[in-house]
Design a binder for this molecule. Sequence first.
Ligand code: SAM
Length: 287
Amino acid sequence: MTTSAAVAARIERQPREAAPFVKWAGGKGRLLSQLRPLLPQGVEHMRHVEPFVGGGALFFSRRPSRALLTDINPALVGAYAAIRDDAERVIQALRGLASQHSKESYYRIRERYNRGRRLAASTRAAMFIYLNKTCFNGLHRVNRKGEFNVPAGSYKNPRILNEDALLTASAALRGAKLLCAPFEALLESAKPGDFVYFDPPYEPVSSTASFTSYAQDGFGREDQARLRDVYRELDRRGCKLMLSNSDVTFIRGLYREFRIDTVAAPRAINCNAAKRGKVSEVVVRNY
Ligand SMILES: C[S@@+](CC[C@H](N)C(=O)[O-])C[C@H]1O[C@@H](n2cnc3c(N)ncnc32)[C@H](O)[C@@H]1O
């Protein structure tokens, strides 16, 4: 058996349930048990569309056979494509990076990643995953020039390479079309009968809680309003829609004509003990 055939056979043997291969701000992993019962009836026959895919927690847990996954972050979408198309090379490259991990090599690799415009897609994806697993808090932040500028994290023994997780993710992505695009691009690609899950950067709960710099630009109230317009248009088109956001008056007002439920999300670590615990999030549906 050739190496590729062996890898293909390993991909076949992976469990059905996949999981995100990167840590991502706003990841939905811990909300899946509350979100899954809210999926539309017959969702297993629909194309799964996620315009803010991020770590893709819902997509990976569902493993639909047909999907359209998009995000505005080119490095993230590039990594998805490399994992789907050449998991073997990504794993090989990541193995090399993991074997030399130290704080010093983190900064060396970050520099190469930022300077290396002509890196092979698999090398770039491996670097992206390496930086995600070893940087401070799994953050993704770029400067004005688009350079990744998060400092090294201080994990004792980070798990940088999880071959089985990457192979399972590769198998899950086989039927997925990937696109680096802003959410408005959905207006061209969404079709009646699609299931669309929107998980945009959240409207801040308070002015100090704001964390919206996922990409080069923040996501302000005008973006939220434009997103609602896209939601309305896709509703008219006959798509099944589900959207997550924070439970604040502004968001409830935007979607008042739709069905709004709430889920209880674990809060991020808060230094104020009184503010720890659960926080309410809305789930807006048109079915
Ligand atoms: C809350 S995260 C999604 C989390 C994801 N559901 C998960 O489970 O990891 C929001 C995502 O939206 C993307 N994003 C930000 N602005 C966008 C825009 N205008 N169009 C499309 N994607 C955007 C970010 O790059 C980020 O990956």
